[in-house]
Design a protein around this ligand. Structure first.
Ligand SMILES: CC(C)(COP(=O)(O)OP(=O)(O)OC[C@H]1O[C@@H](n2cnc3c(N)ncnc32)[C@H](O)[C@@H]1OP(=O)(O)O)[C@@H](O)C(=O)NCCC(=O)NCCS
Length: 177
């Protein structure tokens, strides 16, 4: 089942995030590190989860839950409003979705679960009137790139300098409604 997180599920949100941050490609997949995340207080996870739960504002985190209650994967949709400036300092021209925190446990990869997770996340964005959904991916994250292409995302031509590594850039990929 694919569904949004609930505010009280913050320990599971934290648990899955820490697993994601130990993935072999975590250094190119996420802007966070295991060491930083594990040191955060419970209040951080409580606020993060409440802010991404059903009924909350500009973020919705979806999880794929298996029949035995395991969280197999996750994606978050951030709503970026037109007229604002994004985290990298670029102006946001149209109201759009931004997918982040994409992670699927290795044993659930390559079987369609990621596709199902993305379908729910994109449907949520389209239902809220967003005409464009984007994400940022590292050019060396071949599997993620492969999946995003399969899911209909195309490179927009925009590149984003990687914080802390001025020589390196990530790629913006976009899907239009
Ligand atoms: C990214 C992720 C969610 C993708 O989900 P997935 O279930 O593994 O994706 P799929 O296997 O359905 O699709 C990947 C595709 O890329 C292809 N691929 C794999 N490695 C590749 C590579 N190095 N270069 C190009 N394509 C590659 C696969 O063959 C597959 O295509 P196919 O189905 O046509 O064979 C998952 O791998 C993951 O959680 N990775 C670790 C975290 C991460 O990288 N997150 C993304 C941060 S931007």
């Amino acid at each position: 089942m694919i569904r949004p997180v609930r505010a009280e599920e913050w320990p599971a949100v934290k648990g899955l995030r820490l697993i994601a941050l130990r993935d072999p490609v975590a250094h190119i997949a996420f802007l966070d590190t295991y060491e930083t995340a594990v040191a955060r207080p419970d209040t951080y996870w409580q606020e993060r989860t409440a802010g991404a739960a059903e009924g909350a504002g500009g973020v919705r985190q979806f999880i794929a839950e298996t029949a035995d209650g395991t969280w197999a994967g996750t994606v978050a949709v951030l709503v970026e409003e037109a007229g604002t400036t994004d985290w990298a300092g670029f102006p946001v021209e149209r109201r759009q979705g931004h997918l982040a925190g994409v992670y699927v446990r290795p044993e659930h990869r390559g079987n369609g679960l990621t596709k199902a997770l993305f379908e729910v996340a994109l449907e949520w964005a389209w239902a809220r009137g967003m005409e464009r959904v984007r994400l940022i991916v590292h050019p060396e994250n071949g599997r993620a790139l492969g999946f995003y292409r399969k899911a209909g995302f195309v490179e927009s031509g925009v590149t984003v300098p990687l914080a802390g590594n001025p020589g390196e850039h990530e790629l913006e990929m976009v899907v239009e409604r």
